[in-house]
Design a protein around this ligand. Structure first.
Ligand code: GAR
Length: 210
């Protein structure tokens, strides 16, 4: 069984999707063993506690810089014996120390079709605001490995979601979560835990991808 550690910063609906998938037996070969939050008192921590999952809070604002914060998170991940680290609405940038400690063992869910609407400043509702501003008719979600490049690691799974007339950022966010994020993230986690993802020439090759 692989130990899955989930990093969160907010409401934790993606964490909930992982918990629900695990309960349905859909995370084959893995178990969520710890949830780590960059903020105290977020609802994601409550979701973990309600499901008997141990939690740690490592508040970003208690650290002077990215490097000291990354070291604290990396040490916690090592201590937790993480086999897979999942960024599920984790809004804090970590530097290369954690990538070196967990190479191709960390994945992130991003609420757009990378390489569009991603990189620094594109997070949460800002992504959907930018999508609506641009006028594109399709958006979606991407699950990718975390590397030193923000939102630039090998893509594991993507799903497209239509943009509709009259969408607000909130309405579009909900559709992207329901139709893409909450399905793709548990699937990618399970594929990883089943050793069905490999890296070739900097790309993720996924067996059984649908
Ligand atoms: C999700 O839409 C996630 O994709 C996004 O923030 C939201 C968190 O919601 N993440 C990013 O924008 C990271 N760049 P949640 O806390 O309910 O899972």
């Amino acid at each position: 069984m692989k130990n899955i550690v989930v990093l969160v910063s907010g409401g934790g609906t993606n964490l909930q999707a992982l918990i629900d998938a695990e309960k349905r037996g859909e995370i084959k070969g893995g178990k969520i063993t710890c949830v780590i939050s960059s903020k105290p008192d977020v609802y994601a921590l409550e979701r973990a506690k309600q499901n008997g999952i141990s939690t740690r809070t490592i508040p970003r604002k208690e650290y002077a810089d990215v490097s000291s914060y990354t070291k604290a998170v990396t040490d916690a991940l090592i201590d937790e014996k993480a086999d897979l680290v999942v960024y599920a609405g984790f809004m804090t940038i970590l530097d290369e120390q954690v990538v070196k400690a967990f190479p191709y063992k960390m994945m992130n869910v991003h609420p757009a079709l990378i390489p569009s609407f991603c990189g620094k400043g594109f997070y949460g509702l800002h992504v959907h605001e930018a999508v609506l501003e641009s006028g594109v008719k399709l958006t979606g979600a991407t699950v990718h490995f975390v590397t030193e490049v923000c939102d630039g690691g090998p893509i594991i799974l993507q799903g497209a979601v239509p943009v509709m007339n009259g969408d607000t950022p909130e309405v579009l966010q909900k559709r992207v979560m329901e139709q893409a994020e909450w399905k793709l993230l548990p699937k990618a986690v399970s594929l990883f835990c089943e050793d069905k993802i490999r890296i070739e020439n900097g790309k993720a090759i996924v067996e059984d991808a649908q």
